[in-house]
Design a protein around this ligand. Structure first.
Ligand SMILES: NC(=O)c1ccc[n+]([C@@H]2O[C@H](COP(=O)([O-])OP(=O)(O)OC[C@H]3O[C@@H](n4cnc5c(N)ncnc54)[C@H](O)[C@@H]3O)[C@@H](O)[C@H]2O)c1
Length: 254
């Protein structure tokens, strides 16, 4: 046995939110580790272009993950195209900022919970069911946030409630499925320099203040998340489940 082996060669890995900033970077990392990627996001053309940019063995799947009734069929389609998927990386998510909590609407609440939490649960359920039915080990990596611990900045309270729930659910799934050898872990990014971090009217001094709040004195980049994500999916993390890895430049430490 070698110790430093990703063990991901020719394995099928599903990445959601795969044409977004972090999803795209993470997908590239898995491609470099030799995996076959199923890239899920909203737009077929962008999914296809992203898949092609990573190589010929990858495929794009347009899906609105909020349509939970369609998720088992999506998992089956990926399996017939690329083989049984053994890793699922749940990156897809949205943020709707409302600085005044008195202005939060039920519509905004549902929109964030539907994709960030409900879709993540039911896609993971469909994915893990195939592993359970076939007696195959696998792993899930859920994208949480430092906001799960901080409660959130700049009007992100509802978004961070979904991220807190993801952290909790990761632990529950990990405990439930450990006997099946399905590992479930999460990543908590900090302040990452993607469109999601931008708020209306944000100034350079707001940006500088964010940078000053990070011990490593720079915003995160999408590619900063690749190593931790690929590691959690890999055989090198074979005894890790229910864990959360902070990828935040030391933003919060807990
Ligand atoms: N950017 C940050 O500062 C930051 C910080 C902490 C956590 N995160 C988390 O990291 C993840 C990725 O963030 P990002 O900055 O790359 O965001 P992003 O907006 O670039 O990517 C998110 C992707 O999810 C997709 N998506 C949204 N709704 C969908 C749906 N219904 N069905 C399918 N796909 C859908 C979007 O099309 C998009 O491509 C998110 O879960 C986010 O909450 C980001």
């Amino acid at each position: 046995m070698t110790h430093l082996d990703w063990g991901l060669q020719a394995k099928t890995v599903i990445v959601t939110g795969a044409t977004g900033a972090i999803g795209r970077a993470v997908a590239q990392g898995f491609a470099e580790a030799g995996a076959k990627l199923a890239l899920i996001d909203l737009d077929q053309t962008t999914c296809d272009t992203t898949a092609l940019s990573l190589g010929l063995s990858h495929r794009g799947y347009a899906a609105d993950l909020r349509r939970t009734a369609e998720l088992p069929a999506l998992i089956h389609r990926i399996e017939s195209d690329l083989g049984l998927a053994t890793t699922l990386v749940n990156v897809a998510g949205i943020i709707l900022r409302t600085p005044d909590l008195f202005s939060v609407t039920e519509k905004d609440w549902d929109a964030q919970h539907d994709i960030n939490l409900k879709a993540l649960f039911f896609l993971t359920q469909a994915f893990a069911k195939r592993l359970a039915d076939t007696g195959t080990p696998g792993s899930v990596i859920n994208y949480s946030s430092q906001g799960a611990m901080s409660g959130g900045l700049s009007g992100s309270v509802v978004y961070n409630a979904t991220k807190g729930a993801i952290t909790t659910m990761t632990r529950g799934m990990a405990r439930s499925w450990a006997p099946l050898n399905i590992r479930v872990n999460s990543i908590a990014p900090g302040l990452v320099d993607t469109p999601m971090l931008q708020t209306p009217g944000q100034t350079q001094s707001d940006r500088d203040a964010m940078i000053q709040s990070i011990p490593m004195k720079r915003l995160g980049l999408p590619e900063d998340h690749v190593g931790a994500t690929v590691f959690l999916a890999s055989d090198m993390a074979r005894y890790m489940t229910g864990a959360m890895i902070n990828v935040s430049g030391g933003f919060l430490m807990y």
